[in-house]
Design a protein around this ligand. Structure first.
Ligand SMILES: Cc1cc2nc3c(=O)[nH]c(=O)nc-3n(C[C@H](O)[C@H](O)[C@H](O)COP(=O)(O)OP(=O)(O)OC[C@H]3O[C@@H](n4cnc5c(N)ncnc54)[C@H](O)[C@@H]3O)c2cc1C
Ligand SMILES: NC(=O)c1ccc[n+]([C@@H]2O[C@H](COP(=O)([O-])OP(=O)(O)OC[C@H]3O[C@@H](n4cnc5c(N)ncnc54)[C@H](OP(=O)(O)O)[C@@H]3O)[C@@H](O)[C@H]2O)c1
Length: 456
C-alpha cells in the first residue's frame, strides 16, 4: 500500500456527528498537507447538531455560525452522509473496514437523572425533551407538554435552564417570528403557566448561567424576575468568587437589580431560588408538588464549593417540573464507553480502552469532554483531536476497502436513504420557503419522512 495522505491515496476519515465539534475537526483536516477524504455522518438528514436542535429559537444570531460550517462542507474532499445512524445502519466494525480513522463527534444526546422519587411522574420533564420539542427535533415531535398548570419549577441554573425558563415566560408575540416549531408555538400560546421557579442547588454566586442570559430575564414583555434579598447573601468564599471572577460579579450585579423589582402589569413571575436540592416529586397520577431540601455550602476553596443538605425541607406546589441538570453521552457498540461520565474515554481525543489508546478511533466535542461549553469551546477541543489524528496518520494501518463509493453501495443495499449535501440544501430551502409564507425565518420539518419527501 502506497503512503497514505497523498491526493491519490487520501487518508480516509469518517466523522460521526455533524455538530460544531465535527465541523471544527473537519476544517483542520481538510486544510492539512496530508490529503484527507472526509465522510461526515449524521443520524438525521439535517446537519449542525445542537446548533439546529438545541440553540434557542429566540437566539437566531447564534445559529448563523452554520455559515462557517457550510463553507467547510463545500471544500473538496468533504461529503455529508445524513440519515445514517452509526450503530444502527452501519456498525463501527464496518466503518473500520472503509476508513483509516473514525472521529466520533456525536455529542451528548440524553439527560442525567436526578435519582429522586417521583422523577418520572407525568408533568416532570427533561430539558432535553422540551428543547428538542420546541426546536422540532424528530425524536421529540410527538411529545405532548401539558402547560395548563399555574406553576413550573426548573431544576438547575445553567444556560439550558435559562432557555427553558425564557421560552416558558415569553409571550406568543415574542416567539412568533422565530423558527420555533409551530406545534410548540401553539402549545405555548395556550400555556397557563404564570409562576416559574428556577432552582439552584448551590448559591447565587455558583450559578452556571452567563450574564447575557440572566440579563435577558429582566427584559421580557410579560414576565418579571423576582429574587429575595436573602438569596443573594454570600458567605466568605462566595464573596471571594465574586471578587475573582467577572462573570460571577456581573451575574450578582444583575440579580441584585432584580430584588424588589416591580412587575407592574406583567402577568408572569420568575423566582430565582438557591441552595435547594430536589428531594421528591409528589402527586397522585401527576406532579402536584416538589419537595426541596435546603442546602449549605461546604468547602474553603473558591470555585470548589459543594452543596450539603441541612435536613430542612420546603414543598412548592407545582404542576410542571423541568429537570435541566446536564446532558449525557450515549454508548455506540464497538466504542469504549465511560458509562459514569457518559463520554468515550480518551487522551487528548485519542480513544482509550482500559487506559490504552485504540488506534484509529478519536473523539471531539461533548462526547470527548462531557456536556459543557459553548459552541466556540469546541473549536480548540476539535483542533487538538485533529492535530493528533494528523500526527498518527503515518503510523495508521490502512483500511481494507479503499473504494470511496463502496460504502454508498453498502448503504444502498440496505435500503438506507442517504441525504447528501445537495439533499440537505433542498430541505433547507424548503424549510425557509415554508417559513417565509408565515413570517418566520424557517418552518422546520419535524419528521424524517417529511424531510425525505422533499427529495422526491
Ligand atoms: C439546549 C442547548 C442550547 C445551547 N445553546 C447554545 C448557545 O446558545 N450558544 C452556544 O454557544 N452554545 C450553546 N449550546 C452548546 C452547544 O450547542 C454545544 O457546545 C455543541 O453543540 C456541542 O457540539 P458537539 O458537536 O459535541 O455535539 P452536537 O451539537 O450535539 O452534535 C452531535 C451530532 O451527532 C449526531 N449523532 C449522534 N449520534 C449519532 C450516531 N450514532 N450516528 C450518526 N450521528 C449521530 C447528532 O444527530 C448531532 O447532529 C447549547 C447546548 C444545548 C444543549
Ligand atoms: N446561550 C448560551 O450560550 C447557551 C445556552 C444553552 C447552553 N449553553 C452551554 O451548554 C452547556 C450545557 O448547559 P447546561 O445548562 O445543560 O449545563 P450546566 O451549565 O452544566 O448546568 C447544569 C446545572 O444543573 C445543576 N445540577 C447538576 N446536577 C444536579 C443535581 N443532581 N441536582 C440539582 N442540580 C444539579 C448544576 O449545578 P452545579 O453547578 O451545582 O453542578 C447546574 O446549575 C453549558 O456549557 C452552557 O453554557 C450555552
Amino acid at each position: 500500500m502506497a503512503q497514505l495522505g497523498t491526493p491519490e491515496h487520501p487518508l480516509r476519515v469518517a466523522i460521526v456527528g455533524s455538530g460544531p465539534s465535527g465541523f471544527y475537526a473537519a476544517d483542520p483536516l481538510l486544510k492539512s498537507e496530508i490529503a484527507c477524504a472526509i465522510d461526515m455522518y449524521d443520524r438525521l438528514p439535517t446537519p449542525f447538531g445542537l446548533v439546529r436542535g438545541g440553540v434557542a429559537p429566540d437566539h437566531p444570531k447564534i445559529r448563523t455560525v452554520t455559515k462557517v460550517y457550510e463553507k467547510i462542507a463545500e471544500k473538496e474532499g468533504f461529503r455529508f452522509l445524513g440519515n445514517v445512524m452509526i450503530g444502527r445502519d452501519l456498525s463501527v466494525a464496518e466503518l473500520r473496514q472503509h476508513y483509516d480513522m473514525i472521529l466520533f463527534s456525536c455529542g451528548a444526546e440524553t439527560d442525567r437523572r436526578l435519582g429522586v422519587p417521583g422523577e418520572d411522574l407525568p408533568g416532570s420533564h427533561t430539558a432535553t425533551s422540551f428543547v428538542g420539542w420546541y426546536n422540532g427535533h424528530p425524536d421529540y415531535r410527538n411529545l405532548d407538554f401539558d402547560l395548563s398548570a399555574d406553576t413550573a419549577v426548573i431544576i438547575g441554573v445553567g444556560n439550558v435552564a435559562m432557555d427553558v425558563a425564557r421560552i416558558l415566560a415569553k409571550t406568543p408575540d415574542e416567539l412568533k417570528e422565530t423558527d420555533i416549531a409551530q406545534h410548540a408555538l401553539d402549545a405555548l400560546a395556550a400555556s397557563r403557566v404564570k409562576t416559574i421557579y428556577v432552582v439552584g442547588r448551590r448559591g447565587a454566586a455558583q450559578a452556571a448561567f452567563t450574564t447575557p442570559e440572566i440579563k435577558e430575564m429582566g427584559e421580557l414583555h410579560d414576565c418579571v424576575p423576582a429574587i429575595a434579598p436573602e438569596e443573594l447573601e454570600l458567605d466568605a468564599v462566595s464573596q471571594q468568587e465574586e471578587t475573582e471572577e467577572r462573570n460571577v460579579a456581573r451575574n450578582m450585579e444583575i440579580m441584585r437589580g432584580y430584588v424588589g423589582r416591580d412587575g407592574g402589569e406583567k402577568s408572569r413571575r420568575m423566582h430565582f431560588r438557591f441552595l435547594l436540592s430536589p428531594k421528591e416529586l409528589r402527586g397522585s397520577g401527576r406532579v402536584e408538588s416538589i419537595v426541596l431540601e435546603k442546602n449549605r455550602l461546604e468547602g474553603d476553596a473558591p470555585f470548589q464549593l459543594k452543596a450539603r443538605s441541612t435536613g430542612a425541607c420546603e414543598e412548592i406546589p407545582c404542576g410542571l417540573v423541568f429537570r435541566s441538570i446536564g446532558y449525557k453521552g450515549i454508548e455506540i457498540p464497538g466504542v469504549p464507553f465511560d458509562a459514569q461520565r457518559g463520554v468515550f474515554p480518551n487522551v487528548a481525543g485519542r480513544i482509550t480502552e482500559n487506559g490504552t489508546v485504540v488506534p484509529g478511533l478519536y473523539a471531539a466535542g461533548w462526547i470527548k469532554r462531557g456536556p459543557s461549553g459553548i459552541i466556540g469551546t469546541n473549536k480548540p477541543d476539535s483542533l487538538e483531536t485533529a492535530k493528533n489524528m494528523l500526527e498518527d496518520a503515518a503510523m495508521i494501518a490502512p483500511c481494507a476497502e479503499r473504494d470511496p463509493l463502496a460504502i454508498d453501495r453498502l448503504l444502498a443495499g440496505r435500503g438506507v436513504r442517504v441525504v447528501d449535501l445537495a439533499g440537505w440544501n433542498k430541505i433547507d430551502a424548503a424549510e425557509i420557503a415554508r417559513g417565509q409564507a408565515v413570517g418566520k425565518p424557517r418552518e422546520r420539518f419535524t419528521s424524517i419522512a417529511e424531510m425525505l419527501a422533499v427529495l422526491g
